[in-house]
Design a protein around this ligand. Sequence first.
Ligand code: AP5
Length: 243
Amino acid sequence: METAENFLEDVPSQDLMTELLRRMKCATKPDKRLILIGPPGSGKGTQSPIIKEEFCLCHLAPGDMLRAAVAKKTPVGLEAKKAMEKGQLVPDNLVVGMINEALEKPSCKKGFILDGFPRTVVQAQKLDEMLERKGVKVDKVLNFAIDDAILEERITGRWIHPASGRTYHSKYAPPKVPGIDDVTGETLIQRKDDTPDVLKSRLQAFHQQTEPVIDYYRKKSILENLHADKPPHEVTAEIKKVL
Ligand code: AP5
């Protein structure tokens, strides 16, 4: 039977050292609980890995979790598939259950980035209940404010490396070789819901169901508005300033 000791013997010293240094750096970082809200294509998924790395947080994106469930044909995936393909929100109870479970992960101990949750006021209220049970609160809500007119080009030009979640854009962040992931050399894909037609429904869902969530957090005075129409590095700079 493999013990933890045996397992560690096989890990290269360089990797162990890198992980140790990462943990030491993370121990000095303050806990942070963040929510990212914005319409499809506003840059939530682009900025999340940068914030995650900077503050040692876990990154929970229900859209990614749901796509994985659809691919595996789990009961949740089967229930979510139709709504996602039409650009509608999936039922609140499905997403709330997923997030509740995910927040228990050890990697979420120092805090989290919720990227695409909550998207309805009911989800926001459920999140408050979950966090109250843990005795913690959301620190900041980052609102990726952007005009709808900019989003179609962003969405239809997006390419994704499914295994890592790395995101490219054919014009704004192109891979070195078109259609190929820079790091692994694997093929990039486009999401099924990244079409002009489905985008219309996704935007409608955002305006009708998610905008009230922005007001919910504005009233709690934890909302920070970002200029999400600026180039990615400028959005990153704004985020670092408000955090
Ligand atoms: P989800 O996967 O969350 O999709 P979304 O919210 O529509 O957001 P996107 O991933 O499309 O956009 P993004 O803001 O992350 O943009 P990105 O950074 O990639 O949800 C999918 C579906 O799942 C929903 O429709 C729903 O059915 C379901 N679902 C998910 N959460 C749910 C919930 N809570 N409740 C119920 N249902 C739920 O950027 C886009 C492109 O632009 C990229 O190519 C990028 O390179 C480029 N880009 C990014 N920033 C910039 C910039 N500043 N300048 C120029 N280009 C940029």
